[in-house]
Design a protein around this ligand. Structure first.
Ligand SMILES: NC(=O)c1ccc[n+]([C@@H]2O[C@H](COP(=O)([O-])OP(=O)(O)OC[C@H]3O[C@@H](n4cnc5c(N)ncnc54)[C@H](O)[C@@H]3O)[C@@H](O)[C@H]2O)c1
Length: 263
């Protein structure tokens, strides 16, 4: 194989800052050709909350990468207490993955979604179901009506995408085609997404949502995990949501997560 043919190509959404930007930088330093996607200032500028933006993403990648791609990183996300969380974090991510999946080359295709440790928080189950049914209009309508549950919408979007990953990863379209599909679940990461929180709130959250290894994660630390899952060397991990939260999930979730396997 020639050197050019061996170079991997990755599409990273939300590439403009934070975890996405750190992932682009790390992958490029590893010799990967990266196509960045964001609202503005990226290689492909689209709004993934909208159907036309998602279609433009597909067209843009087809045009830029006529020989195909090797990696999809669905990272773009918003922390918003309205339907935008569902439109970007769930439907934007699913459409990114589904639309770009047919372009993945067969040698070592990988897909990574940036979910969140928030999947452990309470959610609106009806909205999760609407998401997984692919019914965006209903999910948006339910979110608009859930005026007393706005604070649940971010976690709801992340729970839905986490469940989608688990459901899709072992299917013929993904694992059956050799594509390792996984998610990462960061705890608190020091990016602009949470930088606006006031210090008192930050302190309260640090106690409520612990990071036993100490301190918040950096975007670079999360990028290292994404890059590993996206690498050809990750040949057998699929369908997993790997928490990157300094061990906090072990304190927030159940101790025995393997019970289902014993039955
Ligand atoms: N920062 C944290 O503490 C944290 C924790 C857990 C999970 N996450 C997840 O990590 C991912 C990246 O977050 P971050 O902290 O780097 O946030 P960030 O706000 O710094 O970056 C998000 C990027 O996504 C882009 N984006 C947002 N909406 C978009 C849209 N409609 N179309 C295209 N691009 C869009 C933004 O322009 C931005 O560049 C998100 O999915 C987020 O939910 C973050």
């Amino acid at each position: 194989m020639s050197e050019v043919a061996m170079q991997r190509t990755a599409v990273v959404t939300g590439s403009g800052r934070g975890i996405g930007q750190a992932t682009v930088e790390l992958l490029r330093s590893q010799g990967v050709h990266v196509v960045g996607v964001d609202l503005a200032g990226a290689d492909i500028n689209v709004d993934l909350s909208q159907e036309e933006g998602r279609a433009a993403l597909e067209a843009g990648v087809r045009e830029r990468c006529p020989d195909g791609i090797d990696v999809i990183v669905g990272n773009a996300g918003v922390l918003s207490e309205d339907e935008l969380s569902l439109q970007v974090n769930y439907f934007g991510a699913v459409e990114t993955l589904e639309r770009l999946r047919p372009m993945l080359r067969p040698e070592a295709p990988r897909a990574v979604v940036v979910a969140s440790r928030s999947v452990l928080k309470p959610v609106n189950e009806e909205i999760v179901k609407a998401c997984l049914a692919g019914d965006e209009a209903r999910a948006i309508e339910l979110a608009r009506r859930a005026t007393d549950q706005r604070h649940l919408l971010y976690a709801t979007s992340k729970r839905a995408i986490a469940r989608w990953i688990r459901r899709k990863a072992p299917t013929p379209e993904w694992a059956g085609a050799g594509i390792a599909l996984n998610g990462v679940g960061p705890g608190a990461v020091l990016t602009e997404m949470i930088a606006q929180r006031d210090p008192a709130e930050q302190e309260r959250l640090a106690i409520e949502r612990p990071m036993p290894l100490g301190g918040m994660a950096t975007a670079q630390e999360v990028a290292e995990l994404i890059a590993f899952l996206a690498d050809a060397r990750n040949s057998k991990i699929a369908g997993q949501l790997i928490f990157i939260d300094g061990g906090g999930e072990t304190l927030m979730g159940h101790e025995d997560i393997w019970e289902a396997m014993l039955t």
